[in-house]
Write a protein of this length. Sequence first.
Length: 159
Amino acid sequence: MKKLSHEIKWALIFVAMSLFWMLLEKLSGLHSTHIDKHATYTNFIAIPAITVYVFALLEKKNKFYHGSMTYLQGFISGTIISVIIAFLSPLTQIITTEIITPDFFPNVINYSVSAGLLKQAEAEQYFSLENYIKEGLIGALLMGIVTTAIVAIFTRGKK
């Protein structure tokens, strides 16, 4: 456990950032009044998400590798962070949909149907806790590894 303390710490920071982002989305009306803009603005989470990975790998480089980290070392650390985030993603999704924004699914279903984007059954199937848990788990792992692969390029090297 001690060997993974760095990765666990940054995965928990990422989860906290994600939950805070969901709270900001709800408070800004992206889960209700401005739900028509949600699909666009939710993508801006990439900015703090990438930032967390940058700080995680820079800290790994400076504190654990004394300023000299190879690409592979950074990639492995970031991948472990991504796996932990993916493991925690069902819990993160449950907290988001049950506590932070319980009206999101009904609101987005109503919007999707009334805007003619989806039929009722399609919307109910897509915008469900079960589907979001599946997508969140896969997305966290894939996007985390892709982000890690890129960030590790810029955080490797010597002092």
